[in-house]
Design a protein around this ligand. Structure first.
Ligand code: PGA
Length: 254
């Protein structure tokens, strides 16, 4: 089954609204629209509304980096999926920084995945082991728990809108990406678990992307790795030239 590539720029808590707008402007000028590559920009929530007016959605989609699972109410400081409906096409959910810096649990993450789907926002569920879990041989166990915890109670129809990002915690922002061989092994585990939970066709349709110190230089290797359908890019997505190169290589790899 041919799955269109998905390249996601995670800007994290970087750039002012003005800088974000300029970066989008530069990317837009330099990026041809490729039908085989879907490019998604995830700016800070603050910028989403203004960038949504600026962006050409045939060229780039928008993602929110986090959301709250209740639709409305007394939840000071939070932004709900209902408020993001029509603005964000995708939502990054359960990023390792949310899990490890802000203490999100699989239960929170599951509620957020469901809130996103309820509001027509496609969830990108992030999973990944820490360095200690990897060295203790716990990787497969951790991934299993994060997937069944994050995706419980979805229908196989709802699964069609889900992407899974494999992001080993130790590879994020460290300059030390996982090896394509290790990524291939974990992606296999992810797909076999989705097959187990939602059936073969859901697993064949599922896009699985890799994230963690991706650069323009490593793009071709990861996209050439069996089962990998795209990339979640942090640091390198803040540099217009490098991110443009990543998109161009993704098109070549398709
Ligand atoms: P990085 O971040 O590319 O800077 O390692 C990836 C991510 O956190 O999504």
């Amino acid at each position: 089954m041919v799955r269109p590539k998905l390249i996601v720029a995670n800007w994290k808590m970087n750039l002012t609204t003005h800088q974000g707008s300029l970066l989008l402007h530069t990317l837009a000028a330099d990026t041809p629209v490729h039908r085989d590559v879907e490019v998604v920009i995830a700016p800070s929530t603050l910028m989403l509304q203004s960038l949504s007016l600026q962006v050409n959605r045939r060229q780039f989609k928008l993602a929110v980096q986090n959301l709250y699972w209740r639709d409305e109410g007394a939840f000071t400081g939070e932004v709900s999926a209902a408020q993001l409906r029509g603005i964000a096409d995708y939502a990054i959910i359960g990023h390792s920084e949310r899990r490890h810096v802000f203490g999100e649990t699989d239960k929170d993450i599951r509620a957020k995945v469901q809130a996103a789907i309820r509001n027509d926002i496609k969830p990108i569920l992030c999973v990944g082991e820490t360095a200690a879990e990897r060295s203790d041989g716990e990787t497969s166990h951790v991934i299993h728990d994060q997937i069944s915890g994050g995706l419980a109670n979805l229908t196989s129809d709802e699964m069609k809108d889900v992407t899974i990002a494999y992001e080993p915690v130790w590879a994020i922002g460290s300059g030390q990406a996982a090896s394509p061989h290790d990524v291939e092994q974990v992606v296999k585990i992810i797909r076999s678990q989705v097959t187990h939970l939602y059936g073969k066709s859901a697993s064949e349709a599922l896009r699985v992307v890799y994230g963690g110190s991706v650069s323009a230089q490593s793009t071709a290797d990861f996209l050439g790795t069996r089962g990998v359908d795209g990339l979640l890019v942090g640091g390198a997505s803040l540099k217009a030239h490098e991110f443009g190169e990543i998109i161009a290589k993704a098109h070549k790899a398709s």
